[in-house]
Design a protein around this ligand. Structure first.
Ligand SMILES: Nc1ncnc2c1ncn2[C@@H]1O[C@H](COP(=O)(O)OP(=O)(O)OP(=O)(O)O)[C@@H](O)[C@H]1O
Length: 506
């Protein structure tokens, strides 16, 4: 390749105590290319990018930017070398204003005689938001008033404002709606065409193959190979990732809808600030999918069922088991009533809502299963460990052990913990918002198989997802939402395809 090298790593290593997350990786990232980075959960992708972007110090090895030694102490240092990264989890600080978030750590640029010129800061914030087509917004309002996707856009705007020469996108597109993804693709291509370098981490192989000029494959901390666009071949890339041939079907293979007679959830005429007159039932043994664009309200539906958002009108009824095995209706008043009636909820924003980062994998897994493990308030010794060990094995959670802090896990492995937390306890109703976000192909297959077997055991499962193939592949019925309402209902046996759904989303 005759393009100039922008960044080079030579035998770079990162160890966390006994775990070698990145092992002797030497790679070159060129100007004028979008380089993809792919590998199973925990293969070291985020760790490499964290070293390049100054978030983590390296253990061994060297890095060079345009041939000069490069050892960033922190992200501001990396930014001074024109390297910026946007990460998988949200990197905005809720109580700070949008403008303050954009210029975090660099407010000094607006200081006039020791006082921050807010007007100028707000003007520049608007300029930066225009780079990501944000639309009209009051930049003095706190970031916590924004939704997940908008907060992601703030981070992207922040990175682009400083005109990076190397732009690193770590597993961000899976958190975005269809439009948000296309926007990032456009931004990456624009930077590439301006002869800048882009490093793009994703689990979405078709997306990587579409956008990238070359793909570097990681496995267990090792760089396995770098494949040029002209040699992209899906099966070969998958094989290099997992080190074996991947076979078998991804989704369930039956084409007819099925479910039990008993409704487990009834949503009766719910209105919230976003939702309008939502009515539906979720039945025993049913997988119900909800799809829509961001802003359609689909994520809010999950929160209402789980009791996190109180409807302004209408109610959610859940059928919880009475001591003798019969089912009785209960109104969901808050999260406690939802959990007491065996509703489990995997949130899209797992760091904020689902997991305790400071607690261990075992503690997180066991938390919602305490009722199941304990008898008369006592938990037999060993039961917690046994339970945690089983979940870790079943979901193939990559960690140094069950006592490792969840905050230290790779993104996909965090998602496995939040999934494992609910399926392992007695929840018979699962509300899963974007359940496979950031999860690699191997685990996706396991999760889909698991969901299908839970359905067959009579679990009632609601999947809220931006991924249409996932909805079509797994659901008995699909509700398509638009502007806070249910716009259309489809059944599995209607021979569904993506464009049929999209027609009712836009
Ligand atoms: N702060 C930390 N302390 C201990 N171990 C860590 C820490 N950060 C990462 N690891 C470990 O390093 C390994 C590589 O993690 P990394 O986040 O780089 O993986 P990844 O390829 O980005 O995964 P994913 O696709 O799930 O995001 C994992 O085994 C992870 O548990």
């Amino acid at each position: 390749m005759d393009k100039p090298v922008f960044l080079e790593t030579r035998s770079i290593v990162k160890r966390f105590n006994e775990v070698t997350a990145v092992n002797q990786v030497s790679m070159k990232i060129y100007r004028g290319e979008i380089r993809g980075l792919i590998g199973e959960n925990g293969s070291g992708k985020s760790t490499i990018s964290a070293m390049i972007s100054g978030l983590l110090p390296k253990t061994e090895g060297d890095m060079y930017v345009e041939g000069q030694p490069y050892a960033p102490k922190d992200p501001l240092n990396a930014r001074a070398k024109k390297i910026a990264m946007i990460v998988q989890e949200t990197g905005t600080i809720g109580p700070l204003s949008i403008a303050e978030n954009i210029f975090l750590g660099d407010e000094g640029r607006f200081a006039r005689n020791g006082i921050i010129d807010r007007k100028l800061m707000h003007q520049e914030a608007k300029k930066s938001l225009a780079l990501v087509d944000f639309g009209e917004v009051d930049v003095s309002q706190p970031a916590l008033t924004l939704n997940f996707e908008q907060r992601k856009l703030i981070e992207i705007a922040r990175a682009l404002y400083y005109e990076p020469e190397l732009f690193i996108v770590d597993e961000t597109t899976t958190a975005l709606s269809h439009d948000g993804r296309l926007l990032i693709h456009r931004l990456m291509r624009k930077l590439r065409d301006q002869n800048k370098a882009v490093l793009f981490i994703s689990h979405d192989l078709p997306e990587l193959m579409d956008v990238c000029d070359a793909l570097t494959v990681m496995r267990d901390g090792d760089l396995i190979t770098t494949i040029d666009r002209s040699e992209f071949e899906e099966n070969f890339i998958k094989q290099s990732m997992v080190g074996r041939v991947i076979e078998g079907d991804y989704y369930r293979s039956d084409t007819s809808a099925s479910r039990g007679e008993q409704a487990m959830i009834r949503v009766n005429g719910v209105d919230t600030s976003l939702l309008r007159d939502i009515h539906f039932e979720l039945y025993q043994g049913e997988i119900l999918g909800i799809g829509g664009l961001s802003g359609s309200g689909m994520h809010e539906v999950g929160k209402v069922i789980f009791g996190e958002i109180k409807p302004q009108r209408g109610e959610v009824i859940v059928y919880g088991e009475n001591g003798d095995g019969t089912l009785l209706p209960h109104k969901v008043k808050n999260v406690q009533t939802a959990i007491a009636n065996r509703v489990g909820y995997v949130s899209k924003d797992r760091d904020r809502e689902t997991l305790i980062m400071e607690a261990s994998i075992k503690e997180n897994l066991v938390l919602s299963a305490l009722g199941k493990l304990g008898k008369f308030g006592l938990i037999p010794p060993g039961a917690e460990k046994k339970f945690a060990r089983r979940q870790i094995g079943e979901l193939n959670i990559k960690a140094s052990g069950m006592n490792q802090r969840v905050g230290e896990l790779s993104g996909g492995n965090k998602q496995k913990v939040s999934f494992g937390k609910w399926i392992g306890n007695d929840s018979k109703i699962l509300i899963l918002d974007s359940p496979t976000r950031g999860v690699d192909v191997g685990v996706k297959t396991t999760m889909y198989q698991l969901l299908y077997s839970l359905k067959q055991q009579g679990y009632a499962i609601l999947i809220i997802s931006e991924e249409l193939p996932e909805l079509i592949g797994m659901s008995d019925r699909i509700l398509v939402m638009k502007d806070g309402k249910i716009n259309k209902e489809f059944r599995r046996d209607q021979n569904l395809n993506e464009s049929m759904l999209i027609d009712y989303m836009i």
